[in-house]
Design a protein around this ligand. Structure first.
Ligand code: ADP
Ligand code: MG
Length: 380
C-alpha cells in the first residue's frame, strides 16, 4: 500500500500532501561537521515519504508503516524533550523545534514509510526529520530556507531526541540535488553543488552496508567530540576548522596528549581531503579521488579509531579487487562503506567483498549503487 493510501485508511481522509526526503552517504569529510569544517555528502535514491494534513485542535498523530504499534498521539503544546516517545521522537522533535523557534505550527496527522535502511549510517533519522519539517513548512506556510529547515531538524535530534549529531545529515537530506555531491561549509552552512555524474564517466559509487552496529559507537562519538573540543582549546582556536592544514605539524607539536593529537590530525587532514576532492572534481578527474578516499579510511581507522573489522574488510577487499578507492562512511563502528569502482568492475568487486565477508564469518553485507539523487521535495 502506498503512503497516501495508508494515510487514508488510518485517518479516514486524504492527506493534504505527500513529501519525500532522502537518506545520504558522505563521500568525504568525517567527524568534521561539529568541528565547523567541511563535508561532502550526496543524497541516496532511498527516501522517507510522509503523507501529512494539518489539524486545528493542536493534536499531533504520528504513524510509521515500518514500525509495529498504534498511532502515537501527542499534543503540540505539551511536547517535552527526551520524553521517551521511541521512533516518534524524530517527527515530534521537529514540531517542537519549529515551535521553539517561534513558528506557528499547530497539530498534524502524519503517516510515513521509508526505504532508507535504519542504523546503517545512511541517515534514516535525518530523512524522517527533514520530510516532517518540509511538510510542515509548506502546510503552515513558514517560508523557511532549506538550510534553516536542516538546522531545525538537527535541533530536534540534538535537543528533543537527545542525539548529539552535527548538521551534515539534515543538510544533505534537505539540500542535495540530483547528479551532484554537496560541498557544505558547516560553519556558515554555505553550500555548493558539485557535479558528480559518475555514469557518464563509466564509474559507480557502491555502498557496502555491513549490517553490523557495534555498541561501542554511542559513547565513542561523545568521546571523540570531547577530544576534538579539547584539541581546539589547547590550540587556542574556537574549532579545529581554524587550524590550517599547512600548520598541522606545528599544531600537533604543541599537543601533549597522544589521543588528542590523533583526533586533531584526523579532523584537519580530512578537511584537507574534502578540498582535494573538490579540486579533483572541478578538474574533471573523478578517478583520482579514489586514493583520497582510501587515505581518509586509514585516518578514520588509525587516528580517530572508529572503524571495525567489517568496515576494514570491506575497504581492503574492494581495493584488492581493483576498486579505485574506498572508505568507511558515517559514524563508524559498523554501518556502511563507500567504494568507487569502474562500472565494468561492479560485479567482480561486489563478489570479492561478499566472499571476503563469508570467509571471515561475517554477516553478508548489502551492496548497492549510490546514485546521486534529489533532496527533499513534495511528491503528491
Ligand atoms: P541512521 O540515521 O544512521 O539510520 P539512527 O539511529 O540515527 O540511524 O536512526 C534510526 C532511528 O530512526 C530508528 O531507530 C527509528 O527510531 C527511526 N526511524 C528511521 N526510519 C524509520 C521509519 N521508517 N519509521 C519509524 N522510525 C524510523
Ligand atoms: Mg541518524
Amino acid at each position: 500500500m502506498g503512503v497516501r493510501e495508508g494515510f487514508e485508511e488510518l485517518y479516514g481522509a486524504a492527506p493534504e500532501g505527500v513529501w519525500a526526503a532522502p537518506g545520504r552517504v558522505n563521500l568525504i569529510g568525517e567527524y568534521t561537521d561539529f568541528n565547523e569544517g567541511f563535508v561532502m555528502p550526496l543524497a541516496l535514491p532511498h527516501t522517507a515519504v510522509a503523507a501529512v494534513s494539518r489539524r486545528a485542535d493542536g493534536v499531533l498523530r504520528l504513524h510509521s508503516a515500518d514500525v509495529e504499534g498504534p498511532v502515537v498521539e501527542l499534543r503540540v503544546d505539551e511536547l517535552t524533550p527526551r520524553s521517551d516517545t521511541g521512533w516518534a521522537a524524530y517527527p515530534a522533535g521537529v514540531v517542537w523545534a519549529l515551535r521553539e523557534a517561534g513558528h506557528a505550527v499547530g497539530g498534524a496527522d502524519v503517516h510515513l514509510a521509508s526505504t532508507v535502511p535504519t542504523g546503517a549510517g545512511l541517515s534514516s533519522s535525518a530523512a524522517l526529520e527533514v520530510v516532517t519539517a518540509l511538510a510542515l513548512d509548506e502546510l503552515y506556510e513558514l517560508g523557511l530556507t532549506r538550510p534553516e529547515l536542516a538546522r531545525l531538524a538537527q535541533r530536534a535530534e540534538n535537543d528533543f531526541v537527545g542525539v548529539p549529531c552535527g548538521v551534515m545529515d539534515q543538510t544533505a537530506s534537505a539540500c542535495c540535488t540530483e547528479g551532484h555531491a554537496l560541498h557544505l561549509d558547516c560553519r556558515d552552512l554555505s553550500i555548493r553543488q558539485i557535479p558528480f555524474d559518475l555514469a557518464s564517466q563509466g564509474l559507480e559509487l557502491l555502498v557496502v552496508d555491513t549490517r553490523v552496529k557495534h555498541e561501542l559507537g554511542d559513547g565513542a562519538y561523545a568521546e571523540r567530540r570531547a577530544g576534538c573540543e579539547e584539541g581546539a582549546r589547547q590550540l587556542g582556536v574556537s574549532h579545529l576548522r581554524d587550524v590550517a592544514y599547512e600548520d598541522l605539524d606545528a599544531a600537533l607539536a604543541r599537543l601533549s596528549d597522544e589521543r588528542v593529537r590523533r583526533y586533531v590530525r584526523h579532523v584537519v587532514s580530512d578537511d584537507h581531503r574534502v578540498d582535494r576532492v573538490v579540486s579533483l572534481l572541478d578538474a574533471g578527474d573523478v578517478r583520482a579521488i579514489g586514493p583520497v578516499l582510501t587515505d581518509g579510511h586509514a585516518s578514520l581507522r588509525d587516528d580517530l579509531r572508529i572503524s571495525c573489522p567489517e568496515l576494514d574488510l570491506a575497504v581492503s577487499a574492494a581495493n584488492s579487487a581493483g576498486a579505485l578507492g574506498a572508505r568507511m562512511t558515517g559514524g563508524g563502528f559498523g554501518g556502511s562503506a563507500v567504494v568507487l569502482v569502474e562500472a565494468a568492475d561492479v560485479d567482480t568487486i561486489t563478489k570479492a567483498i561478499e566472499e571476503a565477508f563469508a570467509a571471515a564469518g561475517f554477516t553478508a553485507p548489502r551492496v548497492f549503487p549510490a546514485v546521486p539523487s534529489a533532496g527533499a521535495r513534495r511528491i503528491g
